[in-house]
Ligand binder design. Sequence first.
Ligand code: SF4
Length: 199
Amino acid sequence: MTIFYKYGGKLYINVTNRCSCNCTFCIRQNGDTVGDSGSLWLEHEPSFEEIVKAFEAIDITGFTEVVFCGYGEPMERLDIVLQTCEYLRRVSKLKIRLNTNGLSDLINGKPTAHLLKGLVDTVSISLNASNAKEYESVCRPSFGENAFPAMLQFARDCMQSVERVIFSVVDIIPKQEIEACQKLADEMGIPLRVRVYEG
Ligand code: SF4
């Protein structure tokens, strides 16, 4: 079972396959590996003890950052993410990045960004649309129209607690939408990264 994997010179951690979105471009629909990661479909969600054991077994030489990513939304397992961050802070000097759909508050039924304070260095939030209607059609969130404003609020909250917050969009959405996302990101004072789609 692949919990940690290395891809493109980065170290990733995969803690769940669950996600409250069903994005039209999701890599989960196109296979189950990234590079030579091995299958990212987890046999079961790893316990904290399994995560520690997996971390102890990998060589992190040359890596400066570990990224919560994988085949699902990490914040579906908020407690495990926080516990794992605390552990990684204790035993390594790795920077910690969270790649997220930004719907943590809806998933967990409470504000959550402040919980990341001191534990996560960078939060990268999938923006992928410039308005609620587009967001619903591209990301197909289970929370419907509540999702887009909640994601933006989570981003604002993260700016209070986390050193670096970035938005990302995949480059397969229409050019006008990318421009509109850029405008929204600029208004919020959050850098936007246009991600090359590797599906
Ligand atoms: S948020 Fe990420 S994991 Fe979830 S469906 Fe979208 S692309 Fe897939």
